[in-house]
Design a protein around this ligand. Structure first.
Ligand SMILES: C[C@H](O)[C@H](O)[C@H]1CNC2=NC(N)=NC(=O)C2=N1
Length: 97
């Protein structure tokens, strides 16, 4: 997937198809808070996402507290949101069920 920075319109179009994802204030990034039944479910999901992140060579910024995972996606090499972030966001949503 292309690592060209999405412009504002492209980013808005992509976000329209990603429920719960929103721009991160003050950054060219998108974020979402995922909630799971418990830590086991949260960490299981993180493990599945981690394997995909390695395959894509595209990695999330995230913070886990018990059943909650705060995710921020941006493409560091591009200095903003790219199609790679959208691909990973879609995978995260699908893996969360
Ligand atoms: C060398 C390696 O391919 C790069 O550093 C990759 C790794 N994972 C990455 N992840 C994210 N989110 N952005 C990047 O620019 C990025 N670059």
């Amino acid at each position: 997937m292309d690592a060209t920075r999405l412009d504002e319109l492209q980013r808005a179009e992509a976000l329209a198809g990603l429920p719960g994802w929103a721009p991160v204030p003050g950054r060219d990034a998108i974020g979402k808070v995922f909630r799971f039944a418990d830590f086991n479910a949260a960490f299981g999901w993180m493990s599945r996402v981690a394997l995909m992140a390695e395959r894509l060579d595209h990695h999330p910024e995230w913070r886990n507290v018990y059943n909650r995972v705060e995710v921020v996606l941006t493409t560091h090499d591009a200095g903003g949101v790219t199609g790679r972030d959208i691909v990973l966001a879609r995978f995260m949503d699908a893996a969360a069920g």
